[in-house]
Design a protein around this ligand. Sequence first.
Ligand SMILES: Cc1cc2nc3c(=O)[nH]c(=O)nc-3n(C[C@H](O)[C@H](O)[C@H](O)COP(=O)(O)OP(=O)(O)OC[C@H]3O[C@@H](n4cnc5c(N)ncnc54)[C@H](O)[C@@H]3O)c2cc1C
Length: 465
Amino acid sequence: MKADVVIVGAGPAGIFTALEMIKKGSRQKIVMVEKGRAVEDRHCPKDQTKRCMNCRPYCHITTGFSGAGAFSDGKLSLSYEVGGDLPNLIGPDLAQETINYADKIYLEFGADTHIEGLEYPEDRKEIRKRAIHAGLKLVDCPIRHMGTEKAQAIYLAIERYLQEHGVEIYFGYECGNLILEEDVCKGVSVSDGKTDMEIYAKHTVVATGRRGADWLEKLCAEHNIAHAPGTVDIGVRVEVRNEVMEMVNRVLYESKLVGWPKPFKNKVRTFCQNPGGFVSQENYDNNLAVVNGHSYKDLKSDNTNLSILCSHNFSIPFNQPIAYAQKVGELTNMLANGQILVQRFGDILDGKRTWEKELAQSNIRPTLPDAIAGDITAAMPYRAMTNIIGFIQAMDYVVPGFAAYETLLYSPELKFYSNRVKMDTDFNTSLQGLHCLGDSSGWTRGLMMASIMGVLMGRKIAEEG
Ligand SMILES: Cc1cc2nc3c(=O)[nH]c(=O)nc-3n(C[C@H](O)[C@H](O)[C@H](O)COP(=O)(O)OP(=O)(O)OC[C@H]3O[C@@H](n4cnc5c(N)ncnc54)[C@H](O)[C@@H]3O)c2cc1C
């Protein structure tokens, strides 16, 4: 098959590449290849079974049209300071301008007009004052919250728009490799398990998300594509009662706090806060179970969850951050019989595991009922655990009660952003014809940042006609 552009991965980065090409009036033939299903066919069986079924060959939460975005909380971070390091490549002004532009597109397709985090200036001042006292930095970031159900409807509208405008989307097809001719990328080879296809294109856009990071790392090694080992974040998902987070939830919706706790002074940050939300389990293809969180627009729990993440970088002699984080995850999974571990904060400080019956003694009920009560400190590296404990204690100044005995810590929460693909400002890799976007490129880690990388890619390619 021949196309002008082949896009591998129909997450926000891939989608917005195609969308922007259409919006700019490009007449080029666009083919998308997505190993999962169309957004309307994506269903997580856990809705019925109440427990993760470890779906094979892939997890429906992270795979399919709109990628990890469909079942995500749909929080669009409207500040260039949040969502990845792309602004370091393209400049903060262009990043912010493009965020404002992409935000309008989300509105066009039905996103809620309300923005969280702009009201209550006096309360915001108070929160910042407490953060300063605690030695934490409060990052201002207005949020547009789509909500999990609404996000699916918005992405369905985009899917239909792309198809109506001639984009050919091949669902159920996985990309195996690039097609190279004389050191130029000429397209990709894909398969649905029965039929193999070769798709030739002038531009190959790889946007395979966090799930595709391992695969892309192998491609980089195989084809000598310039890249640098990136960062992995290792941490926990913390869950407390809504009453504890009431002020921060009301004023900021999402608190973006950063600290450098003693003695290591590594960067530790909050991420993905879900007021009234639910803790969830994701399963990677290699059987790794990791914890995450989301919230619905209407269905609310009594709890708020958020992750606390410590960034890890490596240099010599070891430079495989993904492999490192996977080992931490595997060890934690092993202790929980393949599930997610949960432990009370007070038990961690007391040096004891948490027992199932002790969870019932708390005000808080875990929203991930199949998490296994146990000892996350038996698998968490000392440095990460010390950072997390120090950060939670600092957070207690900002949010009194955050470091309570009953506060729940779920593990492993792992964020793989590794393998930053080296590119110029037009997203050209060292391999002619190949562009790498979104979370798998190592430059983004959020819906909005991945979306704007797609917008800029689409704009660049559309200049050719
Ligand atoms: C549970 C959850 C909640 C989240 N909540 C938020 C949030 O509220 N706000 C926020 O900003 N971010 C959130 N995120 C992160 C956000 O979803 C991602 O940052 C974003 O989706 C990245 O976009 P992407 O296009 O780079 O990749 P993805 O969205 O991961 O899409 C990549 C796509 O590529 C496909 N693919 C992978 N490999 C191949 C292959 N070899 N061949 C063909 N197809 C392939 C995958 O199936 C997938 O559909 C959340 C993530 C999760 C998992």
